[in-house]
Ligand binder design. Structure first.
Ligand code: ZN
Length: 77
């Protein structure tokens, strides 16, 4: 049994600028390319959907995590 490979794709919300990672399991087996599709991932901060290209089937295991490495606390008014 082999461990499933977890992929991580960094993204940035174009609306609020929040950086977040989309992680998922790539269930593609062998070298056969099943293609990829666009999945609408809601921004974890503002909820605005963002189109992300994922391998077919990967959206079932998709997890969205906010990247808090660079928190920007600007004085927004
Ligand atoms: Zn956002």
């Amino acid at each position: 049994m082999t461990a499933r490979e977890r992929k991580r794709d960094p993204h940035r919300c174009g609306a609020c600028g929040t950086q977040f990672d989309v992680t998922y399991f790539d269930d593609r087996k062998g070298s056969r390319d099943v293609g990829s599709g666009l999945v609408e991932v809601p921004c974890p901060s503002c909820g605005r959907p963002r189109s992300v290209a994922l391998p077919i089937g990967a959206e079932k295991t998709m997890i969205v995590e906010v990247d808090e490495a660079e928190a920007d606390e600007g004085g927004g008014g």
